[in-house]
Each structure stands twice: as C-alpha cells, then as structure tokens.
Design a protein around this ligand. Sequence first.
Ligand SMILES: Cc1ncc(COP(=O)(O)O)c(C=O)c1O
Length: 422
Amino acid sequence: MDKPTQTALLTCGAGIVLGIGATLAAQMLLSTDSSSSLPRRRSSPELKEDIRNGLEECIGNTPLILLKSLSEATGCEILAKAEFLEPGGSIKDRVALHILRTAEAAGQLAPHSGDKVYEGTVGSTGVSLAVLCRARGYLAHICMPSDQSIEKSSLLEKLGAEVSRVPPAPIVDQNQFVNRARNLAREHSNNPDIPGRGYFADQFENDGNWRAHYDSTGPEIFRQCGGRLDAFVAGAGTGGTISGVARYLKPRLPQLKVVLADPHGSGLYNRVKFGVMFASTEREGTRRRHQVDTIVEGIGINRVTHNFEIGRPLVEDAVRITDEEAMAMARFLVEKEGIFVGSSSAVNLVGAVRTALKLGPGHRVVTILCDSGTRHLSKFWKQAGNVGGAWDMTLDDVLDADSRHKGTHGTVVQGEPAGAGI
Ligand SMILES: Cc1ncc(COP(=O)(O)O)c(C=O)c1O
C-alpha cells in the first residue's frame, strides 16, 4: 500500500472512530428516558455520583470481613473491621479527624492561620495527625523519644510534620515526649512572635478520642452486623477504641460481652479483672528502665488513662495474649486469608478466638484489624519470620504457640515499653 492510500485509510478510520465516539457520547449525555421520549441527562438517579470531597471523606466505613478460617475453626463468626484500609493506614485516622474537627468547632483551631497541632506519639496517631493536618491546613509537630527508629521520624517529616526527638524519660519528667508536646503547645500559644496558636491533641485524655469511635466505629459495626453480635474484643492503648465502641453498643445490645485483649507487660488486664493497675513486671525490685515484656506496639499500658476509664465499667472480661500467640496468629492470617496485619491486630484476633471458644459455637464475635503489617516489619514481623507453605497450620498451632516455643517465651526485646507504639 502506497503512502497516500495509507494516510487516506487512517484518516477515514479515525473519522469513523471519532464519529462513533461522538455519537456514543451524545447518547450517554442525552439518552432517552424509558418512560418518555424526552432526552435524559447523564446524572440519572441510577447513576448517582460517588465522589469524596478530599481525603477526610475517605475515612471510616471500612469493610467488616468474615474471617473464614477462624470462623470455621471456632464454629463462630469471627468478623474483623478492616481499619488497615484507612487512608492514613490505621484506625487513628478517625481519632485525628474527630479531634481536629472538635477543636475547629470550639474555635481552638482555624485552617491556614499558622495554628499548629502538637502531639506526643511514636505510632499511628502521629501519622494520622500529620496527614490530616496537611489536608486541613495546619502544621503538625510530633514529639517522640530519641530511641525510636529513624524511619518513624523520617516518615513524619515526609508527611510535612515537624519532629522533636527527645531523650527517653518517665511520664513524671517534664521532658517526657508527651509532656514536651503539651509544653510546646502552651509556649506556642503564649508567644506573640510565633504566628497562630498551639493545640495539644492529647489523645490519652481528650474526649474526642473515644467519641470518634462512639460516632463512627460503633455505629458502623452495629449497622454492618444488622444489629446482631455477641462479643466485641479489642486491645487498648489509649483505650479510645474499646471505650467508644462499648459505649455505643452496650445500651443497644445489653447482652454484648466487651472483652479486652491485653499483651504481656500491660497492667490493663488486672485493671479489668481486679480493679487494680498492676503488671507483675512492675513488682518492687524488678523494674527495669524499660518495662518491656512484649513486642506488640500500639496496645498495652501501665497507667490509668481517661479514655480507658470512660469505658472500663462496660468491659467485663480480659484475656492476656503472649507474643508467641500473636506472632503465630499473624502468620496464620497470612497463610489462610492473605491478610497481612500488625501486632495489635494479631493480639485482637487471638482475643476474639479465645472469646469465641468460651462462648461456644454459633456466636458472632467482632474485632479490629488496626493497621497493616507493613508498619511492623522491623520489629514484630522481623521476629515473627517469613510465611510460606504452612498449609497444614491449624488454630491449635496458634493457641499452643507458647508451649511450642518454650524457652523463647519471655524474650525481652530491648527498647520500648508496652504500648510504646501509641
Ligand atoms: C496500631 C494500633 N493498634 C491499636 C491501638 C489502640 O487503640 P486505642 O488507642 O484506641 O486503644 C493503637 C493506638 O495507637 C495503635 O497504634
């Protein structure tokens, strides 16, 4: 075929394609209504637009997943709220958004005014705050202990936050990272030379934390379950999740059992069971500089917080989970479901399974998958090891993980206290 003929054919072909395209586009825009011969606009009731107004509108409404392997093994429905799918990567997106909105409504924060949000955190809350501060026109300043991995502070900096790394110190020290954040916020507000105001997010004591779950996580679970569930199981760092969800669900489902899943080294188990805050690692004379009995991050704590106490009367039972069980559960979940979660989610799942076995077959137990395993590669997953081909792994392998690993259980990983990842 010579060049002019080729060009003519291409032009003709393109014309036909364009012509068909234009006709289709016109039909789509002005397609006829079946009930009349009048043209209809594209935004028909059947094609409702679904557009989120910024990142904030992508928070919440996460799927509730039936975990088939755990459900089959227990005879109960084990359902998990997929918070690892939140845009900021964890359940803390809900809390960060709620805290910012509440402060705005109270006139404590105004977008693009130079106002800065301060928080002491080494975990997911910092990431969620950094992301949402950018999205809503604020600066974020995160304080963390200097013994934390550099990846954590780098990530926050990449998200536009300022980071102060302060020497590790006990909570009574004014330079402890949470106290430092509070003090910096106060200094900011008191200094007329710095633009804007300082706002201390204060996730442990701020009512906006549990209320975020009362307003969103709780109602979503209730709706997604069609109002039918027998138990809710969760670990607690600040306590916001378990308190907020319990406070929403309990009045609607008085028979519901709310169960705390607590890692070793945390005092919350004893707080629920016996009303006292005491972990055996806290015993006189045994206290190390770092109270480390777990590699789990984000849950477990050895002090009383407002966000836990506000829901504690509704928490009727607690289960204590070892690192071995959590690691075995995390591997089991990848092996059987292809779901890769972090350490607190694994603890929650062991707690959910133990609760299901206690309740007996036919019950429905709901828990939370707080964040993804990608946030836990250098600690929890490093120790949990790789996953591959353990097709014959059973739930008993998870629940007996402790006795199978006798000798390694109790291994102390130096560096961070229980709940250090909050
Ligand atoms: C990964 C992860 N899981 C669970 C929690 C516990 O949630 P809460 O603080 O609501 O008790 C946290 C807290 O920061 C967390 O970071």
